[in-house]
Design a protein around this ligand. Structure first.
Ligand code: PMP
Length: 446
């Protein structure tokens, strides 16, 4: 890394040119290019615990955590040793291992609606497969999704999507055929009337409704009370499949993801909980290596080949090294772990919000369970993508660079969640709050 000479501006420029010469935009995934905040990211050299180190040797407190996968902290010794042990037994067999069954059981034991599980390698594959199962089960074509929510980059789900598309202000991708887009119906998030009207008019054509259990790809949005129950009821009445995407929120927003938070609230209020028909997982279940899953009702999951007629396959699906990382990660996620994540994330969002308020900086905090993000320039927490787009993305970019100067790595986009891990401590929260004080003081004077 030293060879790159990244400690000088010329070295940095040479690096940026070299990367951009071979990788489109210098990256292998768009948001990494900092197109949402400006500037040129340096390559990452290493990470340990809550700290990530760039190629110039600069340390940052990491609030990205590999976009949520790093829930136990970077290079956790238990995960690294499980990966080492698995790797030394062979990297890939293309045949089933006991550990795959254990990881699937671990998922089911924590998340009851996941009666059966198919492991895949990315969240994109998981949601794409869920749609295929839903279409096969119903014999219908139309998928309902919500504007600003992101479910990976399969064609059908790249219509009005969040994450990197929201950051670049191009929610619809080029290269998606009109025919595919026509089968995706996009509704404003949380809009009860739009949803009931869609079912009243097109109910018999709707194969599935897909939503994020906690929308977190246009910043974090708290699902409006009763919204998921309504989707569940409408799907049941019309014979459609309710797909809950927990790729980001699963085993992160709380012990049983975003769905678990609502189940607990329902039980506490004496209501019968609703349940998804299909659910998708990713990020946390791979602990930083490529594992994702589609899971759900056994009768739907059994439509998958080799039992059923829905084809889905993967050379590296259930890869033993990746599964070892996922299992070791899940096993660290006990009640104490969630108590820690809850405490640290709550302290951080409250601390940041209090400092912004004390400097008179208009902002709102979106949160559900341990997930949160900060929207500058909004008076109240947003619900729809239109609400979110009124945030002050330029002010976010200024805050991003100021915090970077204070040794803190915020997500490089105003449209992403802030992630904490088991390695984040009270002192780390203090460091973030101090950095906000430093930025807020300057911002308030302008
Ligand atoms: N669904 C959600 C909710 C996500 O947040 C993401 C990734 N951020 C995906 C699906 C796609 O997962 P992957 O990047 O692993 O394909």
């Amino acid at each position: 890394m030293q060879r790159l000479g990244l400690r000088t501006l010329r070295g940095e420029q040479a690096w940026a040119e070299r990367a951009a010469d071979i990788l489109p935009g210098g990256v292998n995934s768009p948001v990494r290019a900092w197109n949402g905040v400006g500037g040129h990211p340096l390559p990452i050299a290493s990470a340990a615990g809550a700290v990530i180190t760039d190629g110039a040797g600069r340390d940052y407190l990491d609030l990205v955590d590999s976009w949520g996968a790093g829930i136990v902290g970077h290079a956790h010794p238990a995960v690294v040793s499980a990966v080492r042990a698995a790797a030394s037994n062979g990297l890939s067999f293309g045949a089933t291992t006991e550990a795959e069954v254990e990881l699937a059981e671990e998922i089911r034991d924590r998340y009851e609606p996941a009666q059966k599980v198919r492991l895949v390698s990315t969240g994109t594959e998981a949601t794409m497969t869920a749609l295929r199962i839903a279409r096969a089960a119903t014999g219908r074509d139309v998928i309902v999704k919500f504007a600003g929510l992101y479910h990976g980059h399969s064609d059908a789900l790249l219509v009005a999507a969040g994450s990197g598309l929201a950051t670049s202000g191009v929610p619809d991708s080029a290269g998606v055929t009109k025919a595919v887009a026509a089968d995706t119906m996009v509704l404003p998030y949380g809009d009860v009337d739009a949803l009931t009207d869609a079912f009243a008019e097109h109910g018999s054509r709707i194969a599935a409704v897909i939503t994020e259990a906690v929308p977190a790809n246009m910043g974090v949005i708290a699902p409006p009370a009763g919204f998921h129950r309504l989707i569940s009821d409408l799907c049941r009445n019309e014979g459609a499949v309710f797909i809950v995407d927990e790729v980001l929120s699963g085993f992160r927003a709380g012990p049983a993801g975003g769905w678990g938070l609502e189940r607990d609230a329902d039980i506490a209020a004496g209501r019968e909980p609703w349940a998804p028909d299909l659910v998708t997982f990713g990020k946390v279940i791979g602990g930083g290596l490529p594992v994702a899953a589609v899971a759900g009702r056994a009768d739907l999951m059994d439509l998958l080949a080799p039992l059923g007629a829905v084809y889905q396959a993967g050379t590296l699906s259930g890869n033993p090294v990746a599964v070892a990382a996922g299992l070791a990660t899940m096993r660290l996620l006990d009640d104490d772990a969630y108590a820690h994540l809850t405490r640290v994330s709550t302290m951080m969002r409250r601390g940041v919000s209090a400092e912004l308020a004390s400097h008179g900086i208009t902002h709102a905090v979106g949160h559900a369970g341990t997930l949160f993000s900060v929207f500058l320039g909004l008076e109240e927490a947003p619900v729809t993508f239109d609400d979110v787009s009124r945030q002050d993305a330029l002010a976010y970019s200024d805050m991003f660079h100021s915090l970077r100067g204070s040794g803190i790595a915020l997500p490089p986009s105003a449209y992403e969640a802030w992630f904490v891990s088991l390695a984040h401590t009270d002192e780390h929260v203090g460091k973030v709050v101090d950095a906000i004080i430093a930025w807020g003081g300057r911002e308030a004077k302008q």
